[in-house]
Ligand binder design. Sequence first.
Ligand SMILES: Cc1cc2nc3c(=O)[nH]c(=O)nc-3n(C[C@H](O)[C@H](O)[C@H](O)COP(=O)(O)O)c2cc1C
Length: 227
Amino acid sequence: MDIIDAIHQRKSIRAFESKPVPREILKDIMELALRAPSWANTQPWEFSIVSGKKLGEIKQAYLARADEPPALDLPPPQEFPGQFGTRRRAIGKTVFELKGIGREDQEKRKWWELQGLQLFGAPAAIYIYIDRPFYFQGDTVNVWPIFDCGLIAENIMLLATRHGLGTIPQRQAVNCPQVLRKILEIPDSKLIVLGIAIGYPDWGDPVNRFRSEREALDKVVRWHGFE
Ligand SMILES: Cc1cc2nc3c(=O)[nH]c(=O)nc-3n(C[C@H](O)[C@H](O)[C@H](O)COP(=O)(O)O)c2cc1C
């Protein structure tokens, strides 16, 4: 598959089949994903790739804590001003409509959040983390390892499409870092950045059939120095 097809095909999947993802395929994806660039080739990323009973344990623990507020290692945005809020609401509206969830239907909204915490049924997950002391440096933070994690995350997601796999990068997957630390034996010296749910998409679910929108090129790009 060429890169253009992979970019076209990749999109966030929010309903997975239970069919397991073979370790060999995940290994194949990860070997190549590691070619991602990083600041001065620091390669700040580490991964826990989880399936089977272990993932079941995590999902169970997440369910048990579903009523507790998220406690991400990297705090989520506090606000989504202007256009960011508009775009965020648009994606939420589309997903809710496709799942038949009314705006005021708190029960179904809660159910949907639980689906997210259960990785939308994905049979595997890739958790990405970095060294805490590389991020917190004196009075400041070094954001670049997070940027680097984004680069490798995209590699992973694009490479997954080649195997007919779907993915979704998820803050929901890292809502409870303490659970992940305990079950996966990730030391406190690591900062858990992101989880990617991965598996075979359930194409029968309408939530997987839409394509999220993007702004037109002219709205986000300014050109300089071209004749
Ligand atoms: C860092 C990050 C965290 C995300 N967390 C979630 C999440 O917790 N739940 C969810 O449904 N989607 C999550 N998404 C997926 C985005 O909503 C999705 O990427 C965006 O709407 C664009 O759609 P696309 O991925 O289908 O192109 C996340 C994406 C990123 C990059």
